[in-house]
Structure formats: C-alpha cells, structure tokens
Write a protein that binds this ligand. Structure first.
Ligand SMILES: *[C@@H]1O[C@H](CO)[C@@H](O)[C@H](O)[C@H]1NC(C)=O
Ligand SMILES: *[C@@H]1O[C@H](CO)[C@@H](O)[C@H](O)[C@H]1NC(C)=O
Ligand SMILES: *[C@@H]1O[C@H](CO)[C@@H](O)[C@H](O)[C@H]1NC(C)=O
Ligand SMILES: *[C@@H]1O[C@H](CO)[C@@H](O)[C@H](O)[C@H]1NC(C)=O
Length: 359
C-alpha cells in the first residue's frame, strides 16, 4: 500500500512533465487548432487549392488558365493544407503545367517542391498533403528524384502503414508531427514501387466526386473515381477510402474549351447562400457519407472564404497562426499597360518601332 502510494507520487510529476514538455516543444496547435492534434489524419477536413501553382496574377499576365490568385506559400500560410497540381513533360523534364506547358508552365517540379519544403521547415506543427496528377505517366523513381532534389526524403514524407486502404491506419496529426513525417504525398496515375512506398497512388486511398462541373446545380457527392466504386458510396467508405470533394466551377468558352468560372466564385466558395455554395454542398456530402469529406478542393481559395467551410466541418471556431489574405477576386491593375511588365513591353515596342523608322 505504502509503496503503491509512493509510486503514484513519483509517477504523477513525471506524467505532468511529459504533458508540459510536449506542449512547449511542439506548440499547442496542429494545423491551426489545438482541437485537431488528437484527431486522426483521415478524420480532419483539409482545404485544398485546385491547381495550386497555376496562377491568375501578374506573374502569368492574369492567365485565364490560372486557378488561384495567390501562390502555394501564401495558400499554406492562409490555412490551405492540400496542394493539388499536374505534372507534364517539358522536353525530358518534369514540370508543373496546366494541361500543356505551352498553356501555363509553373516551372520544374523540384523547384515548386522546394517552395513547399521551405514553408514546412518554418512551420513544424503543420501536416500538409500534396496531390499531383501524373500527366506523362512518370515512374515513381523519376518523381521521387524530384522530391529528393528538393530535400524531401522519408524524414519528412509520410510512409503509410498499409499498401491498401483497408490495411491503412492513419495516425493522429500530433503523432505525425512528433515523428516529423508530416508531408503526405499522393500521385494520380502512379505505378506503385515498393522502394518508394511514401509516394502513394491516389485511388488506393481516396475517392472523388465528379469534377467536371459547369453549372452550379451540377455538384454531386456521388463517387466518380476510382471507377470501381463509381456511385457506390457505401463501398467506397467501407473500403476505407477518404472522400475528396471537388468543388469548382468551369465555364465553357469556344470549341469545347473550359476555364475556371471566376465571376461566380464568390458564390461557389461561400460558406452559405446562393446556388452551389461550398458550405451547403459540403454539408450535403457529410450527410451522404455519414462523415465529413477529408478534402475540399477549390479554385481561387481565398474567395468565400472557402476556409470557413473547412473550419466548420472541423468544429474549429478560433483558428490560430494564419496569415490573412484578401477574400476578393484579384483584379488586374487598372493601369493596364502601365504595370511594370506592360510598360517595358510597350516602351521596348516603341523603341523598336522608332528604331525601324530612324534606320
Ligand atoms: C497540452 O495540450 C493538450 C492538447 O494538445 C491539452 O489537452 C493540455 O491541456 C495542454 N496542457 C497544457 C499544460 O497546456
Ligand atoms: C508568393 O507570393 C508572395 C506574395 O506575393 C511573394 O512575396 C513570394 O515571393 C511568392 N513566393 C514564391 C515562392 O513565388
Ligand atoms: C452514376 O450515376 C450517374 C447519375 O445517375 C450516371 O450518370 C452515371 O453514369 C453513373 N455512373 C456509373 C459508373 O454507373
Ligand atoms: C459563371 O457561372 C454563372 C452561374 O452559372 C453563369 O451565370 C455565368 O454565365 C458563368 N460565366 C461564364 C462566362 O460562363
């Protein structure tokens, strides 16, 4: 009896010390909230930036192929935790390009991965997910080489415990943070390679609703991919697949070509109000799945603001550690040709013209 009491007296301060040490070394918030630390990875809802690196801003001359107004670093600082994009070939090199590198080239894959790595190094309590569409069907080792060039190895990349979704048990965010393996990497169209198990095939772990929507009444929660669970919500969920809710709107321009619908995004990304708003759509998917979607994937993430819906699904009311970004549609400078690039082009054109006449 006496020894038991003595033991518990000795154990109590140790346990308290453990709790205090854990909070001081790792901070108290995981992904912007202390509420999320003890939640398993697959049960958190992450806001995702669709085509994260394809920008509609000064750097691309406000390209109509751009899906985001702010770059991946700004997205992460504002609370986005899923970065989605597309790999294409430029010559022999793996670049991030929107459909084609002639249309919109966001540079070499390893350069962008370095940008993400830099952000993660300065934000050690954050769990981030990357999802890349493998346009050219690059091998796992080719893609892994790009990650390694960016300094991303298995000390940062999460390695799943199971190679199928039903074998996989997702750890809590705190556990991923403690082990340092807090970058989760999915590739759509990956041939699994046992030497790089940390590069995960998307459809082994995730199902998605239809993404090709151009009417605000067209959003659906039914699984569309992978094809073996199309329209089979119960099977998709019982297989342990995580729901990814695509929620972005295209507009049709000439010849069957589509581009992101910017004018309607204030409704598309809104937490409530208006046909096809994100908040109502996510609530509807939560009812349909009996659980919240793991990922919400949107264009122009800052508008809405879309993150309000992720916070609501997570039950987070006072997020911490985010950098505020304007919720407006980013407008091209009204000075038009007088923006620095435009001015240089205009003045060098004039110089060429004058040169022609002078000569
Ligand atoms: C440490 O964090 C946990 C949750 O992560 C919390 O429950 C606990 O109260 C915190 N302890 C202190 C001393 O702040
Ligand atoms: C991202 O955008 C911010 C704000 O415009 C800028 O300061 C930063 O240099 C950009 N980062 C990269 C890697 O392009
Ligand atoms: C799923 O359901 C939709 C709507 O009912 C239908 O258009 C589509 O063809 C179905 N897909 C499959 C694979 O059954
Ligand atoms: C964008 O979507 C809205 C809502 O459906 C529609 O009224 C508008 O015409 C679309 N924009 C274009 C350019 O198609």
């Amino acid at each position: 009896m006496l020894s038991k009491t003595l033991a518990s007296l000795l154990l109590l301060p140790a346990a308290l010390r453990g709790v205090l040490a854990q909070n001081t070394t790792s901070g108290t918030a995981c992904n912007n909230s202390p509420n999320l630390c003890d939640r398993r990875y697959n049960l958190v809802t992450y806001l995702g930036a669709h085509d994260s690196m394809f920008l509609r801003d000064d750097s691309t001359g406000f390209s109509s192929s751009g899906n985001q107004f702010y770059n991946s670093t700004v997205q992460l600082s504002a609370g986005v935790r899923l970065l989605q994009g597309q790999i294409q070939l430029k010559g022999n090199a793996l670049h991030l390009c929107h459909t084609s590198c002639d249309l919109l080239d966001a540079g070499p894959l390893n350069t962008w991965l370095s940008e993400v790595k830099t952000w993660m190094d300065s934000n050690p309590n954050e769990v981030v997910t990357i999802l890349l569409v493998n346009g050219p069907g690059a091998s796992a080792s080719e893609i892994a080489a790009q990650y390694n060039q960016a300094g991303i190895t298995t000390s940062l990349a999460y390695t799943p415990s199971g190679s199928t979704s039903s074998q996989q048990t997702w750890p809590t965010l705190q556990s991923m943070i403690n082990s340092g393996t807090r970058l989760v990497n999915f590739i759509q169209g990956l041939t699994y390679d046992s030497t790089t198990p940390w590069l995960m095939d998307e459809y082994t772990y995730i199902f998605e609703n239809n993404y090709d929507i151009s009417s605000p009444t067209g959003f659906s929660c039914a699984p569309a991919s992978p094809s073996n669970v199309a329209n089979q919500t119960t099977t998709a969920l019982s297989d342990g697949l995580m729901p990814l809710q695509n929620h972005f709107l295209y507009e049709n321009i000439a010849f069957g070509i589509q581009q992101p619908n910017q004018s309607y995004v204030t409704v598309t990304n809104a937490p409530s109000g208006g046909v096809g708003n994100l908040g109502d759509a996510a609530a509807s998917c939560r009812r349909s799945y009996g659980r919240a979607p793991t990922y919400l994937l949107v264009d122009f993430f800052n508008v809405g603001p879309a993150i309000a819906t992720a916070d609501r699904l997570n039950g987070v009311s006072s997020p911490v550690g985010r950098t505020h970004v304007s919720t407006s549609i980013l407008q091209e400078s009204s000075a038009g040709a007088l923006t620095p690039n435009g001015w240089i082009m205009w003045s060098s054109g004039l110089t060429a013209l004058l040169g022609f006449w002078v000569l």
